[in-house]
Design a protein around this ligand. Structure first.
Ligand code: C5P
Length: 230
């Protein structure tokens, strides 16, 4: 299981300073929409310049027509990031086209899909997708697997079910982690490291418990020591 630290601080300077503090740690860094729109692709270069060992997850959640998504995926790959994501609801044609475009690339990034955004409650989800969250999440995960992507973003509590219905090596990346049972903030369903391990999550995403801590490096070191190997 790998730790992915969400760089969700309000300014580029603060994100860079956090990354500098974590230099030398075997971690992934999650760059989201706000940071990418505000700071541009330079943010990827700046993070890599701090440590070439940092692996970058560009969390842009692509959703567009297939050709536009494939073009965007190719541009993302050229940035040298190790992982990015698309919405599973953009459809199988789009996901296949993205994979056809990135598969031949040398050192291609991992590609995940977003199943159901956790901000949806059942009512609002059904308004958009006409189905309950669990059923649709599983269908999206199976579509994603069939289209050749590497895995999905999902909640800890869906990880096992998804692996069971796709494959053991189909990756799950799970936000909503409170490593040692810290306060849940606005997350509805949180899980600690033990639960993530029991549900065979491959990546845990942790933001506030790290960057709001007085000593982020200590928290990261403690998480890494607690993570099961692999
Ligand atoms: O601070 P916290 O650990 O709650 O941050 C979790 C990160 O994961 C944030 O960047 C949030 O946007 C992201 N995320 C999430 N739930 C999802 C997808 C992404 O919390 N379903």
């Amino acid at each position: 299981m790998k730790l992915c630290v969400a760089l969700d601080l309000p300014t580029e300077k603060e994100n860079i300073s956090l990354a500098k503090t974590l230099k030398g740690c075997d971690i992934w860094l999650k760059v989201g929409l706000r940071s990418f729109i505000r700071d541009g692709k330079n943010i990827v270069e700046e993070l890599k310049a701090i440590s070439a060992d940092f692996k970058i997850f560009l969390d842009l959640k692509l959703y567009d027509i297939p050709n536009t998504m494939a073009d965007a995926a190719e541009s993302i790959a050229s940035l040298g990031v190790e992982m990015f994501n698309v919405h599973a609801s953009s459809g199988n044609e789009a996901m296949k086209m993205v994979m056809d475009r990135v598969r031949p690339l040398k050192n291609r990034p991992l590609v995940l899909s977003v199943t159901a955004l956790t901000s949806f409650d059942e009512h609002n989800f059904k308004e958009v997708y006409g189905e309950n969250i669990k059923k649709k999440t599983l269908q999206f995960a199976q579509n994603t697997h069939a289209c050749g992507l590497d895995g999905v973003v999902c909640s800890v509590y869906e990880s096992l079910m998804i692996k069971k219905h796709t494959s053991e090596d189909f990756l799950t990346l799970t936000p909503g982690i409170r490593p040692f049972g810290e306060k849940s903030d606005d997350q509805k369903r949180v899980a600690d490291i033990r639960a993530a391990h029991e549900n065979r999550c491959d990546f845990i995403v942790v933001g506030r418990p790290i960057y709001q801590a007085s000593k982020p490096l200590d928290v990261v070191k403690r998480i890494i020591e607690t993570l099961p190997r692999g």
